[in-house]
Design a protein around this ligand. Structure first.
Ligand SMILES: [Zn+2]
Ligand SMILES: [Zn+2]
Length: 564
């Protein structure tokens, strides 16, 4: 049977091949969006197809449903076959890889391949060094430089994948493994189980007979399985990640899972406290023998969690279900794809009791940041929607740019009129560390600012954050009683968890925000929860676990009266 990940992969390739051909971008988007939807689908597409219910999934129209049904029934898609016919399969694989270079879209890739015959990252770099990219239509020297810089970044990050991009496939594999006869227990290990923002491979620990790998071989979605030595095997996932299996006897499963999960510092610190090397069938037993309570996998990073466990002070980590509402959501007023009403309804359907709308401010000209008249128009619209939807409170906010000198993008009288203000940097990333730090700290002293958005502006695997003295920024936020955002977009995931604990110790509270530009992205919160849990945060430190009434009061209490 074809797996969700395999269906998603074909849809993604269709999107890529359409883009390569220079087809309508909306069509391209529809296929790549469908790939994401299928990958994250809680149920099996085959079951839905049987009921004829595929088109009931938002984002799946009749054409897409047809392609998916064809894949389920015949294992392949005619459209896909037709599109890929001109490319030998190794070329296609290489071109897909090429499109991962930051700054290179599929259309560029198509042109580069067609004109220069370049199909690999190495060839691309060589073409750039020889100045051949600059001469392509629409490229120029600047684009060439950007591509060369992108290649360097790509090479640095090679092998790393965003957690949110691969967890769907990993979960599907885990379910399939648990269903294999003879598998007594199965769990993720390594960075995947620690829910790190980036993962390089899938690692599983299975309890069962040594000969189990023969049956594991039959799990759909595993390619090129190799048995390496007794008890270990490796394969490649549909999305191209290396998969490692550790098959262990059940009576020592707890030890093996423990040893394969934590990073080396954590494992070392716990192991040192053990007096004898015995078998442990559960992880709880390992920690108990070390005189510790069980440490949640997310925290096993050697970041002081063993000391907390020794002192009996492990926090009770915040959970997704505790989040009551969500701030930082964009709409069609700027670069979002949904209206205020669509966003509010979708948030309500996800069980949230409040939503904060915050589009971009005026100096963000590239996304039509809001001028005063548009702010007023949006407020009126929010009031109309609010009257229709009494079940969800809509807060009126703004994501205001922090200008280069640290002042905010609106005068005080406008800032004072919002329920909340997110202060974010969207320009001038290249200031010196000192100037950038001063800029952010000044924004945090603005009485109308509620929280700091995406603290360093990093985009995982594509853009490094701007240089700042994070300690100073956290200290200022603490002193000024400002929130710091945990941006839950899979590409951002900051404040980085490595700083959360320090911030918590200074008394800083956080808001876990989806930074949603579509109704689909309202589902980002679990990625932000991963960051919070890794950083040791409890619900008390996450402001948007407050119920709606308390949240409104919190915001109200922090809106200073306008001083004229
Ligand atoms: Zn932003
Ligand atoms: Zn935003």
């Amino acid at each position: 049977m074809i797996t969700k990940s395999e269906i998603a992969k074909v849809l993604e390739e269709i999107a890529f091949l359409l883009a390569l051909k220079g087809e309508n971008p909306f069509k391209v988007k529809a296929y790549s969006k469908a790939a994401r939807i299928i990958r994250n689908l809680p149920e099996q597409p085959a079951a839905l197809a049987e009921k004829g219910a595929l088109t009931e999934i938002q984002g799946i129209g009749p054409t897409l449903a047809g392609t998916i049904t064809e894949l389920i029934t015949s294992g392949s898609s005619r459209l896909h076959q037709e599109l890929r016919a001109p490319y030998p399969s190794t070329v296609l694989e290489n071109l897909l890889k090429l499109a991962e270079v930051p700054g290179l879209g599929p259309q560029h890739v198509g042109l580069i391949y067609e004109r220069l015959g370049v199909a690999t990252v190495g060839e691309l770099q060589y073409a750039g060094v020889e100045n051949r990219l600059a001469e392509l239509p629409g490229f120029g020297k600047k684009t060439q430089e950007k591509i060369l810089a992108g290649i360097q970044r790509f090479q640095r990050h090679q092998g790393n994948r965003l957690y949110a991009d691969v967890i769907g496939e990993a979960e599907e594999l885990l379910l399939a493994l648990r269903a294999v006869p003879g598998v007594q227990r199965a769990e993720f290990a390594g960075a995947l189980r620690r829910k790190n923002e980036l993962v390089q491979n899938f690692s599983f620990v299975l309890a069962g007979e040594e000969s189990l790998h023969e049956r594991v071989r039959s799990v759909p979605g595993l390619q090129r399985m190799v048995v390496e030595k007794s008890g270990t095997a490796s394969a490649v996932s549909v999305q191209g990640l290396p998969v490692e299996f550790n098959i262990v006897p059940e009576q020592n499963y707890g030890w093996e899972l423990f040893a394969a999960t934590g990073n080396p510092q954590h494992v070392e610190a716990v192991t040192q406290r053990l007096t004898s090397q015995e078998s442990f069938d559960t992880e709880q037993a390992v920690y108990a023998a070390a005189g510790l309570s069980w440490v949640p996998p997310e925290m096993r990073e050697g970041y002081g969690e063993v000391e907390l466990a020794m002192a009996g002070q492990l926090p009770s980590l915040v959970e997704t279900s505790q989040v009551q509402g969500i701030f930082h959501n964009h709409t069609v007023y700027t670069d979002g794809s949904a209206t205020v009403e669509q966003m509010a309804r979708a948030a309500q359907a996800l069980g949230y009791r409040y939503i904060g709308i915050s589009d971009h401010s005026q100096s963000a000209y590239y996304v039509h940041g809001l001028k005063e008249d548009r702010i007023i128009a949006q407020r009126e619209e929010i009031e109309v929607v609010q009257a229709k939807l009494p079940g969800i409170r809509i807060f009126k906010g703004i994501e205001a740019d922090i200008l280069a000198d640290g002042s905010m993008d609106y005068p005080d009288d406008i800032l004072a009129s919002f329920d909340f203000v997110i202060a974010s940097v969207h320009s001038r990333f290249n200031l010196s560390e000192e100037d950038q730090t001063r800029r952010l700290c000044r924004a945090l002293t603005n009485p109308y600012v509620t929280m700091l958005g995406h603290a360093t502006g990093r985009l995982l695997l594509s853009r490094d954050g701007y240089r700042v003295d994070m300690r100073k920024i956290i200290d200022t936020a603490a002193e000024q009683d400002k929130l710091i955002e945990i941006n839950a977009s899979r590409h951002r995931l900051e404040l980085d968890w490595r700083w959360c604990r320090y911030a918590k110790e200074q008394g800083v509270k956080f808001s876990i925000n989806p930074d949603a530009h579509s109704t689909e992205e309202l589902r980002n919160i679990p990625w932000g929860i991963n960051v919070a849990r890794k950083g040791g945060l409890t619900a008390t430190e996450v402001i948007n676990t407050l119920p709606v009434g308390k949240m409104a009061a919190y915001l109200q209490a922090r809106r200073p009266n306008l001083v004229l």
